[in-house]
Design a protein around this ligand. Structure first.
Ligand SMILES: NC(=O)C1=CN([C@@H]2O[C@H](COP(=O)(O)OP(=O)(O)OC[C@H]3O[C@@H](n4cnc5c(N)ncnc54)[C@H](OP(=O)(O)O)[C@@H]3O)[C@@H](O)[C@H]2O)C=CC1
Ligand SMILES: N[C@@H](CC=O)C(=O)O
Ligand code: NA
Length: 367
């Protein structure tokens, strides 16, 4: 029989972030077994085409887990079947969604209604329709299940928790601005550095993908939608009921000629043909003694959200960012001089850290 401190963990998605999360889960699980009465049991892990799970809810061993998952012949479960399986577990369950799937995100209300808590870096649930946002939090309130998504903005950086604490303690956010994409930050810091020549645009896009910074399809970064999703989440948490990430101006860096390309692979292959377009943008800024960067802002009073390229003096903190750094400035009634959060905003281990941190918060709050 499971004890009240047994907690079952189900993980959907074992890519760049998911694999790092599983490694962190193994360490956390071993630490908790030595230092507390909490026993974590990983009972379900899946990728898009394979699944490994325990019908009897016994813990899956961590040894060679990703190889066993890749080789598994177990039949995939549909999302409603996953919910049924988890709801029938004999103790508390936390679902970890490490995908960028809208279908998985759309299942959150049903998951939460069954009392299953969720942690995720997936932006889709919180930046989809406003109706989905309301359904998610209504379901969590109704059942008492928790839903945490720190890594949906700024990867492991404490962006969501900071904003929630500002709002929950009665502060009023007036403006949020900065660099919200690790990919875009890396691209512009390497393509248009404040010193030196910089690399080719398409080559830097490939580097960002290889480093695990981009979305599964890098076009979701280049079209500005990833930043728009993050701003939608932050705006909603600040009290602005933004309808969707396409309900405000978003500048896309996808060349017009490649807008209708079918696959991400073909897009990456053809991108070098259009390097001259970004070169022109860079040169135009250089002629003014500036550099281009991809930024976003939310003006709460004006109810204005925007995403796109802007030019900065090389001495500006946004121009001086390094690597995949994000910089996020909160202007509030209390913080007239902004509260600034800065640091790496993408990468498997850093993103997984936010997910594992959320998991720990839920474990502390589960009664
Ligand atoms: N990478 C980063 O730096 C950051 C990522 N995030 C977010 O983290 C999430 C994961 O990103 P990342 O790990 O980089 O992406 P990857 O593409 O590397 O991994 C996604 C994983 O999800 C799996 N998957 C997709 N759809 C399904 C499904 N329906 N059922 C089961 N598994 C599925 C994929 O399966 P398969 O292996 O078969 O393809 C893959 O294992 C995304 O939501 C992203 O926005 C957030 C902050 C930073
Ligand atoms: N693709 C995203 C990943 C984190 O959200 C980014 O580059 O910021
Ligand atoms: Na974060």
């Amino acid at each position: 029989m499971p004890s009240p401190k047994d907690v079952y963990i189900a993980v959907i998605g074992a890519g760049g972030v998911g694999k790092c999360f599983l490694a962190q889960l193994e360490v956390l699980s071993a630490r908790l077994s030595k230092t507390s009465s909490t026993k974590l049991s990983l009972i379900y892990v899946s990728r898009s085409k394979t699944v490994l799970y325990s019908p009897q809810y016994t813990a899956l061993p961590f040894t060679d887990l990703t190889t066993k998952l890749a080789d598994s012949k177990q039949e995939l479960l549909s999302l409603p079947k996953i919910v049924d399986y988890l709801a029938a577990a004999p103790s508390k369950v936390i679902l970890v969604d490490n995908t960028s799937s809208q279908d998985v995100a759309d299942t959150y209300p049903a998951v939460l209604k069954k009392g299953i808590s969720i942690v995720t870096p997936n932006k889709k649930a919180f930046s989809g329709s406003y109706q989905l946002w309301e359904e998610i939090f209504a379901a969590a309130r109704e059942s008492g299940a928790k839903v945490y998504h720190e890594s949906s903005v700024g990867a492991g950086l404490p962006v969501i928790s900071t904003l929630k604490e500002l709002v929950d303690t009665g502060d009023e956010v007036t403006k949020i601005e900065g660099v919200f994409s690790g990919t875009m930050s890396f691209l512009f810091n390497s393509f248009a550095p404040t010193e030196g020549k910089g690399g080719k645009w398409s080559e830097e896009v490939k580097n960002a993908k290889d480093l695990g910074y981009t979305e599964p399809d890098p076009r979701d970064d280049l079209n500005g939608l990833d930043v728009a999703r993050k701003l939608t989440i932050l705006a909603r948490l600040s009290g602005l009921s933004v309808e969707s990430p396409t309900s405000f101006p978003v500048q896309s860096l996808i060349p017009k000629e490649l807008e209708s390309v079918g696959s991400g692979e073909e897009f990456m292959q053809r991108l070098p043909e259009f390097d001259s377009q970004m070169e022109e943008t860079k040169t135009a800024a250089e002629k003014e003694g500036k550099v281009v960067r991809f930024v976003g802002s939310i003006d709460i009073a004006k109810k204005e959200v925007k995403v796109g390229l802007e030019k900065f003096d090389p001495s500006h903190p946004i121009a001086a960012l390094k690597g995949s750094d994000n910089i996020i400035s909160f202007y509030t009634k209390r913080y007239v001089s902004p509260l600034i959060i800065q640091g790496a905003g993408a990468g498997g281990d850093l993103t997984a850290m936010g997910v594992t941190g959320d998991l720990i918060k839920i474990l502390e709050r589960l009664s």
